[in-house]
Design a protein. Structure first.
Length: 147
């Protein structure tokens, strides 16, 4: 499949709203993921309640880069992986069809999949997972929820 995957979408909201959902309200779109948006900060995640997993930690990593309203990048690994991958969320304000509405393009990339023993399988699985996460993130950002 290659070394990386890319999932893209567009939200009808300004980058600041999408950023807020991404980092401050992440429990609403990605329960179990925990990190502070600061380079060098640890990142950890666990499966959502009610899944078949034992509820233990399933991902560990480090936040690599943060540019408020523009970029979040982290390195992570999961049990059974022989290496780590790098995930980046890139936000970009763009003009849309409605001049009175703010639009934000968001792109999620995960690279380093080619270094994993089961990289093709992980890439297939994560393509769907990232598409689901992105759809949830966009819905939350467009709702303007500041919970």
């Amino acid at each position: 499949m290659g070394d990386s995957i890319r999932i893209a979408g567009q939200a009808q909201c300004p980058p600041a709203e999408l950023w807020h959902a991404l980092v401050e309200n992440r429990a609403a779109w990605w329960p179990g993921m925990d990190f502070t948006p600061s380079p060098g900060a640890p990142l950890s995640g666990r499966p959502a309640e009610g899944t078949d997993d034992d509820g233990g930690q399933w991902a560990t990593g480090t936040v690599l880069a943060v540019a408020r309203d523009r970029l979040l990048s982290f390195r992570w690994t999961k049990p059974g992986w022989n290496a780590h991958t790098v995930v980046s969320f890139l936000l970009d304000a763009v003009p849309g069809p409605d001049a009175d509405t703010d639009y934000t393009d968001v792109v999620i990339t995960e690279s380093g999949l080619g270094t994993l023993v089961d990289g093709d399988e992980v890439a297939r699985s994560h393509t769907g997972d990232w598409a689901d996460h992105l759809a949830s993130l966009i819905r939350l950002a467009e709702s303007g929820s500041r919970a």
